[in-house]
Design a protein around this ligand. Sequence first.
Ligand SMILES: [Zn+2]
Length: 250
Amino acid sequence: MRKEALVNEFPGVPQDLAEVVERHGQATAAGDNATVLADFRADRVGQLLASARPPAGMHSAKLLSLEPGSDGLYEAHIRYTGTETEAVFRSRWIELDGTWYVTQVRNVPDTPPQTSAAHPSDDGVDAPHWEGLRRGELRIQHCPRCDRWTWSPRPICPGCHSPELDWPVVEPSGRIFSWTRTWQPFSPEATGHLPYVVVNVELPAAGNRRILGVLQDGDGADVRIGAEVKGEIEQPTDPANYPVLRWRLA
Ligand SMILES: [Zn+2]
């Protein structure tokens, strides 16, 4: 009965995959780590383990959707319920030598990580930038003597060596000079937010200086060099942290 139900429920999806995904969700909720690990693609076990953040006291799972995705992969959404919260994981499945494996997993919706690592440097040379973000402004270091813009900040102007530098407010608008999509959770904060897209943005309002940042909704975005982006200053969830500048495709 259940097998027929799965076929009807998820058209266009191989029946054996529907069964595997259903069982995988139940095993995850039950803390059956041996089964869960066996479902992970062997060369990505460490990465996948750190890629999604389950709710505390997870006790049940419900398969919400399963459908063909891009690149020949199949995409599943499973809701996990804990004692007080719940989380939806999106897993992507691949068939290797006749067996189905998880090749990607993350929490949804696609929210960028908040990080305590974004703060002024110890020497305080970039403090005006961070204080600017607190006021909702993007401020970039500039030399009034030779009109040179500098990023990242320096104690003196790299052009004329003047120590008298100012911090004008700059329009948070620019072009993607370079970008990369990151699948690896390099810091604990990134867990559950993978993949994310880091962009190197060229700022015409600051002499085409380039600044690094994270692209909002970058998971499924078609990112291209030269694309126009707008910056938005995101206030921290923890008031002890500093705001961060996020970029959005214009
Ligand atoms: Zn200068």
